[in-house]
Design a protein around this ligand. Structure first.
Ligand SMILES: [Zn+2]
Length: 75
C-alpha cells in the first residue's frame, strides 16, 4: 500500500483534529469553566478566627463554628 503526498499530510492533521475534538469534549464534560472561575469564597470569622469556604455568592456568611456573620476576604 502506498501513500500519496496528500495522505502523508492529511492523516496526521486529521488525527490531531480528532484529538482536539476529544479534549474539548472532555473538558466540557468535566466543567472547564468551574476550573477557570472557582465559585468558592473565602471567609474569616472575626470572632473565632476560623477560616471557611462558602460556595454561595453572598456578601455575608455565617461562621460554621460560632454562627457569627462575616464579610468575604478580598483576594
Ligand atoms: Zn466563628
Amino acid at each position: 500500500m502506498t501513500y500519496s503526498i496528500e495522505d502523508v499530510f492529511l492523516i496526521p492533521l486529521f488525527l490531531q483534529f480528532l484529538a482536539l475534538m476529544f479534549l474539548g469534549w472532555r473538558y466540557r464534560r468535566r466543567g472547564y469553566h468551574d476550573l477557570r472561575a472557582p465559585k468558592a469564597h473565602i471567609f474569616r470569622c472575626s470572632q473565632c478566627r476560623h477560616i471557611y469556604i462558602d460556595n454561595r455568592r453572598v456578601p455575608l456568611s455565617k461562621c460554621t463554628k460560632c454562627n457569627t456573620l462575616n464579610e468575604m476576604i478580598r483576594r
